[in-house]
Design a binder for this molecule. Structure first.
Ligand SMILES: [Zn+2]
Length: 194
């Protein structure tokens, strides 16, 4: 499995959305496989050392995966709101507020580039993961223009990404997965026309 698919969305909540995708005409769901889910969490820097240990407990891991499933559904709604309205509809914002109420965080101070920074961290592994994903949603909503959030242009592909390129012309989830294939098809189509 190509692990770059875990992070190609460019931000955590879109990477969560991308945990279902099409591969050779079959739908893959990373969240149905607990070891792949752990790899996904690690690739997205969502686990502290203590979380990795805590998640050896199957019940805790299952509960986290359950939480990820519901959050992914909410991410789908958020994406569809952004595509249709350019912003969240009030009902979606309410669902986000409801979810955040269940997440418990603590304040801490961490050292970042020789400076002390006040930061929040989840109390349990599940709190920590959900908090960070919601944080990425809020960060996208306040800092990213919606025309920079796009679906891959390949019709059979359902992956989303934030286009952080300077020109803002990114078309594919990744060159490797879709870009090269599509470019080759376009090239041959042009050649045929001539
Ligand atoms: Zn694609």
């Amino acid at each position: 499995m190509n692990k770059s698919i875990f992070v190609l969305g460019g931000t955590t909540w879109i990477n969560l959305l991308n945990t279902t995708y099409n591969s050779n005409k079959e739908q893959v769901d990373i969240l149905v496989d607990s070891s792949k889910t752990l790899q996904w969490l690690e690739a997205n820097n969502l686990l502290r050392e203590s979380d990795t240990l805590a998640l050896e407990n199957k019940e805790l891991l299952d509960s986290l995966i359950y939480g990820l499933h519901s959050l992914r559904n909410l991410c789908k709604i958020i994406m569809s709101d952004l595509e249709r309205h350019g912003e969240l509809v009030p009902n979606t914002a309410d669902q986000l507020v409801k979810l955040v109420k269940q997440v418990k965080v603590d304040l801490t101070i961490v050292q970042k580039n020789d400076k002390l920074v006040l930061a929040s961290e989840g109390i349990t592994a599940k709190d920590h993961v959900l908090y960070n994903i919601v944080d990425s949603i809020i960060h996208t909503l306040e800092s990213t223009s919606t025309n920079r959030i796009r679906k891959c242009e390949a019709p059979e592909c359902c992956l989303y990404f934030v286009d952080t390129s300077k020109a803002g012309k990114r078309r594919w989830c990744s060159m490797k997965l879709c870009g090269n294939r599509k470019k080759a098809a376009e090239f041959y189509a042009k050649k045929k026309k001539k």
